[in-house]
Design a protein around this ligand. Structure first.
Ligand SMILES: [Zn+2]
Length: 59
């Protein structure tokens, strides 16, 4: 299997989705898991979502 985030051929492990439901998880490689766990990636995703919502509301 390949990592859905970086497409590297590496062993995947289930990683809980930040800010998601309790049972939400994604199969990502150790590198991506470390990046998600070590950086405020969820804030970045929220920013993208906010931009989408703002664009929709403005239109
Ligand atoms: Zn990865």
């Amino acid at each position: 299997m390949t990592c859905p985030l970086c497409a590297s051929d590496a062993p995947l492990s289930s990683f809980p989705v930040p800010g998601g439901p309790v049972d939400a998880s994604a199969d990502v490689c150790a590198t991506c898991a470390a990046q998600i766990d070590g950086t405020p990636e969820d804030a970045h995703w929220r920013g993208l979502t906010s931009s989408m919502w703002s664009e929709g509301a403005a239109g």
